[in-house]
Design a protein around this ligand. Structure first.
Ligand code: 5GP
Length: 174
């Protein structure tokens, strides 16, 4: 199947370079801390798997799956945990790894939820950020690329569960 209607926004090379920069920053900030990186399924899987291989120190990995629900799924701000962590995060240095901050609703919920479990520290790294779409105040501590208000796919991000395997981040022209 050919992907004819795709427009590349961020190339695989640019992503690779940015991940090296983020990993360097994270490695400095978390030196000797043995952080727990929490990937938000499914979109952040590709980002997380590349990021951890650029971080040269001991770390742990866990996953959560969340979904928005309510009358208007996109804007309800109600988030349901579909898969929780396998472990307690009490006293741990937690780094949430997310694909994209859009309205900010998912991450602000997740941040509050995990923060209530008494970690030693909690931060967020997001590969992408669409600041124009924000509905609640939320800033990732580490951010890869700020992008305009376009729906993007690839590098873990899907449209109806497709396109997650693309190496570049693309705009889907429908
Ligand atoms: P928020 O709660 O910040 O509005 O949404 C976060 C979630 O919405 C992301 O984790 C992602 O799953 C989805 N999302 C937001 N913008 C995009 C986009 O441009 N493309 C894709 N594929 N998913 C998006």
């Amino acid at each position: 199947m050919a992907y004819e209607s795709l427009e590349v926004m961020i190339t695989a090379e640019q992503i690779k370079e940015k991940i090296r920069e983020l990993a360097e920053e994270i490695s400095i900030d978390y030196k000797e801390k043995n952080p727990l990186l929490i990937g938000v399924l499914k979109g952040a899987v590709v980002f997380l798997s590349d990021l951890i291989r650029e971080i040269d120190m001991p770390l742990e990995v866990d996953f959560m799956a969340v979904s928005s629900y309510g009358a208007d799924t996109a804007s309800s701000g109600i988030v349901r945990i579909q898969k929780d962590l396998d472990q307690s995060i009490k006293g741990k240095d937690v780094l949430i790894v997310e694909d994209i901050v859009d309205t900010g609703l998912t991450l602000s919920y997740l941040f509050q939820n995990l923060n209530s479990r008494q970690p030693n520290s909690i931060n967020v790294v997001a590969l992408l950020d669409k600041p124009d779409r924000r509905k609640v105040k939320f800033e990732a501590d580490y951010c890869g690329f700020k992008i305009p208000d376009r729906f993007v796919i690839g590098y873990g991000l899907d449209f109806n569960e497709n396109y997650r395997n693309l190496k570049d981040i693309c705009i889907l022209n429908t």
